[in-house]
Design a protein around this ligand. Structure first.
Ligand code: FUB
Length: 314
């Protein structure tokens, strides 16, 4: 009996020892609740832009008034910078600092954001500009780039959200965005005007959060699929399609009905950046936290399903 107790205590001690030695790097942002990550690789750093989830614990919807920026040289340690952009920086907007993305062109940084318009009913997309990836940013147009009345593929008032921007190798920039309907259009070289028609892409169970990236010769359009959201993706040899559905890339993120991904390649490694609601003590769908895990490709260019971990990037 004594021998059994001794072996049990050794087992328990070694389990406790193992647990203590696991370093949990996810979520990567611990000082504030953050959602809708969008990462930008610029020179030798990654800049992470996210919305600030400010909802109190008993408030069951988004409360978001500003966006935040963090930077890292190794994907493990993140430096926080002063708040670079708020909804109040857009005089024509009234609230909701929803999903966004920053892209660099000719030394300027353009930040495409979702906000609620104060006079055109519904959500809209604005663009801010800065000379630095950490800001401060200012409204580039003094008006919205996209308003709800410009698109008719869905009749909800929040279908013009979640902008993602991509500049192709020929220099042509594209804006993709949407909720229930996935839209895309060309952007003029000034990055602040739509060039030509707004198109609609039919995607299986598209909810929101489109993200465009390229790897080798393939274009990838990943997006939030169904609700609660998983992340699925389509692939194409051209940014104008046709797109082929490739299935689920990430499962439902713990304790959050949204997932919102960003995909980058940095120093030879691909990363999948997303949010979940797992942050202790009060995380949830409106108090989210940004996490990062590695992303891998198969030989045929398809992406391996993401494994969400607590360890994150070690
Ligand atoms: O953060 C508000 C909204 O939740 C975003 O715009 C969507 O992508 C979802 O994450």
């Amino acid at each position: 009996m004594k021998k059994l107790f001794t072996s049990l205590s050794i087992l328990l001690l070694s389990i406790a020892g193992t647990a203590q030695s696991i370093k949990t790097n996810n979520p990567i942002i611990k000082d504030k609740y953050t959602g809708d990550p969008a990462a930008l690789v610029y020179k030798d750093k990654v800049y992470l832009y996210a919305g600030h989830d400010e909802a109190p614990n008993d408030f069951h919807f988004y409360k978001m008034n500003e966006w935040l920026v963090y930077s890292s040289s190794d994907m493990k340690t993140w430096e926080s910078h002063p708040v670079p952009l708020k909804v109040t920086d857009f005089k024509w907007a009234k609230n909701d600092a929803w999903a966004s993305q920053v892209i660099e062109r000719n030394g300027k940084f353009y930040w495409y954001v979702t906000v609620e318009h104060s006079s055109v009913p519904g959500k809209s997309i604005g663009v801010a500009v800065s000379d630095s990836p950490t800001g401060p940013f200012k409204d580039a147009l003094g008006k919205a780039l996209i308003t709800n009345d410009m698109t008719k593929f869905s009749n909800i008032s929040w279908d013009d959200i979640d902008p993602t921007v991509y500049i192709d190798t020929d220099g042509q920039a594209y804006l993709f965005w949407g909720n229930t309907a996935c839209h895309y259009a060309k952007l003029k070289e000034n990055m602040t005007e739509i060039d030509g028609e707004i198109h609609h892409i039919k995607l299986p169970n598209f909810t929101e959060a489109p993200w465009i990236h390229k790897h080798k010769n393939w274009y990838y359009l990943s997006y939030a699929y169904e609700f609660p959201e998983k992340i699925a993706y389509v692939m194409s040899k051209s940014i104008n399609g046709p797109w082929e559905f490739k299935g689920i890339l990430n499962e439902i993120a713990g304790n959050s009905n949204t997932n919102h991904q960003s995909i980058i390649e940095f120093k030879g490694q691909s990363y999948f950046i997303y949010h979940n609601g797992a942050s202790i003590p009060d995380g949830g769908s409106f108090r989210r936290s940004v996490c990062v895990d590695k992303l891998f490709y198969n030989k045929d260019g398809t992406m391996k399903r993401v494994i969400m971990t607590s360890e994150g990037i070690q």
